[in-house]
Each structure stands twice: as structure tokens, then as C-alpha cells.
Design a binder for this molecule. Structure first.
Ligand code: ADP
Ligand code: MG
Length: 306
């Protein structure tokens, strides 16, 4: 395999021995808060996020086909023995030509959308009723496209602007699909007392087929809030990352690098939160995921012999 890319959280490899080409996407235990990546890692986070994304890809595969080939990579699927460090945190996917549009769906008001609403009464240029507060539910979930601008930062754009750039047919299809996947995801979260406030999807083409790619409905791509603690106007309790945010606030850190060192207890609490959001929403055990991942990784020899 050949390393092709490392993002904030994942390392991507191309598996050269396959045609059409495959990727191995490996999720690390890196964690960020207030847009700064911490020096320490949250043990198991990459495995939990991988498990969660696979669960949601499966849950939504009747809504839209996705890029997954193997959620629990086998040596045959990878073309070589599986690095023990990758077990449970990697997936084999089709390599797609990515649509360079971040497909955000928002069900509640937060982040940059809340800021725009306060300043202009709109979200991604879409006018909303007055009187909404931080964390308020929107009248209905809305599709909020965003692109990377020249300096590489995400820029919220209107649907009209997205249509000009990507064509109306594609944008309308992405909007419809994103809203349908969001509805499925927020329904599953709601059953567990968790609000899916917003999330981001990425799509890509393999030949002429449009596939849901990247990661789906993980705490890294979504805001999950504790439904019981939700009170519009108040800073929402971010289910997974709250212990990290609380700790960082308690240190008086200015939110610019370098971040303060994190105590072991904070990392353990975080790991526990990530595991719990996964287990509550999916109703399956993380331990079970790990066992299946090890079983798949140790099936047979490599397809090319020993
Ligand atoms: N099926 C796919 N084919 C090609 N690229 C993909 C596919 N799925 C996701 N990607 C890309 O792989 C990268 C995943 O790494 P990530 O850590 O999320 O990076 P980033 O910090 O840029 O978001 C992203 O650039 C994403 O667009
Ligand atoms: Mg990403």
C-alpha cells in the first residue's frame, strides 16, 4: 500500500494491487477541540468512529450506495497482511472522484450557522424565521453546502451558488440524498436520547455512480448533543467532547496552539464518552466490534501466499 494523504484525523493509503483502485482509510486516535489538535490521543477513538461510520453506512445503504468494500478488512481485501495497529480502525473503500462540495445538513442552530443567523438572519443565505437562539431546532433540517476557499478554509455558500458551480441537477440530488441520510441518522440518535444537531457528508463518483463517501455520522463529522440537557439559548452539552471542552475551559487556555497537556483522567473520560455514544446509538457493543475486526484481520493468508 502507498500512503497518499493524511488529514487531521485519518491516514489514507492506496492499495495498488487492485483494479479499479481501492483505498485503505485508517482513523487515528487524534482529537481536536476549538479547531486545535491535541497532543495526546484518545485511546480507541479511531476504532469507535470507524465502527460508527460503518454502522451508519449500513443503516443508510438503501438510501444511497456508499464507497465501502470492507468495514472489517481481511488480508484478501487489502492484498497483504493487516498491520495490527490498523485493526478495527480501517476500512477498504472504492477510490472515488470526490465532489468538492461539503454537504452539511443542519437540524439545529450551532457554530458558523448560528453566527451568520445572528449577523444577518440567514443560514447559508437561506432566510430563517426570527427569534431562534443558539441550539434552537430549525423549522425543518436544511441543506447547507460549503466549499474550501482559496486559503483552504470552509466557506458556507448558498444553494444557488452551489448550483452555479456544480450544476443544478447534481446539487439537487446531493441535497435530497443528504437530507434523507440525515433523517435516518437523527431518528436513530433520537431513540437513544441524543440529538443530531448537524453533520457533514461527502460524495464522490466511481464511473458514473454517485456514492456516499468519507465517514458518515461520526462525532468528528457531526454534533451530537445530550437531548436531556438541551436548552435553546444555552451552550449545548456536546455529548462526546464535553469533558475535553470543560477541561480546556477550566485551564483558561486562549484556544490557540499549543494546547495544554491533558490529564489521563480526561482522556479516559473522553474514551468512555465516545464508546457510550456509539453503543447507545447502535445498540451494539464496541468490544464486539473489536472481536469481529480481529477475526477478519486474521482470516487466511494473504492472497499472494506467505
Ligand atoms: N472513497 C473515497 N475516495 C477518495 N477520497 C476519499 C474517499 N472518501 C473520503 N475521501 C477523502 O479522504 C480524506 C480523508 O481524510 P480526513 O482525515 O477526513 O481529511 P481532512 O482533514 O482533509 O478532512 C478526505 O480528503 C476525503 O475527502
Ligand atoms: Mg475529513
Amino acid at each position: 500500500m502507498r500512503h497518499v494523504y493524511s488529514g487531521k484525523v485519518r491516514d489514507v493509503y492506496e492499495l495498488d494491487s487492485f483494479a479499479p483502485p481501492r483505498l485503505l482509510m485508517v482513523a487515528s486516535d487524534r482529537v481536536s477541540a476549538f479547531d486545535v489538535v491535541m497532543a495526546e490521543k484518545v485511546p480507541g477513538k479511531g476504532q469507535i468512529l470507524t465502527a460508527m461510520s460503518c454502522w451508519f453506512m449500513d443503516l443508510t445503504s438503501d438510501v444511497v450506495p456508499n464507497h465501502l468494500i470492507e468495514c472489517l478488512p481481511t488480508p484478501a481485501g487489502v492484498g497483504e497482511a493487516i498491520d495490527p495497529d490498523f485493526v478495527g480502525r480501517s476500512v477498504v473503500t472504492k477510490r472515488a472522484r470526490m465532489v468538492e462540495l461539503e454537504c452539511i445538513v443542519r437540524g439545529h442552530l450551532a457554530g458558523s450557522a448560528f453566527k451568520e443567523y445572528v449577523e444577518r438572519g440567514t443560514v447559508h443565505g437561506h432566510r430563517l424565521p426570527g427569534g431562534l437562539r443558539l441550539a434552537s431546532p430549525l423549522p425543518e433540517p436544511i441543506f447547507c453546502p460549503s466549499i474550501k476557499n482559496a486559503v483552504g478554509h470552509d466557506e458556507n455558500i448558498s444553494i444557488e451558488r452551489a448550483r452555479e458551480i456544480f450544476g443544478a441537477d447534481l446539487v439537487d440530488r446531493l441535497a435530497k440524498t443528504s437530507l434523507a441520510v440525515f433523517a435516518r441518522g437523527s431518528g436513530a440518535a433520537a431513540k437513544a436520547g441524543i440529538v443530531l444537531a448537524d453533520t457533514k457528508f461527502e460524495f464522490g463518483y466511481v464511473d458514473d455512480e454517485l456514492l456516499l463517501c468519507d465517514e458518515v455520522l461520526t462525532p468528528d463529522s457531526s454534533r451530537f448533543w445530550d437531548a436531556d440537557a438541551l436548552e435553546p439559548g444555552r451552550e449545548p452539552v456536546q455529548f462526546d467532547k464535553q469533558p475535553l471542552r470543560d477541561y480546556l475551559e477550566s485551564t483558561g487556555w486562549e484556544k490557540t496552539p499549543p494546547p495544554p497537556a491533558l490529564p489521563g483522567e480526561v482522556l479516559d473520560t473522553l474514551a468512555e464518552r465516545y464508546r457510550s455514544v456509539y453503543e447507545r446509538i447502535t445498540g451494539t457493543s464496541f468490544q464486539g466490534w473489536l472481536e469481529r475486526a480481529w477475526a477478519a484481520a486474521s482470516t487466511g493468508a494473504t492472497p499472494f501466499g506467505d
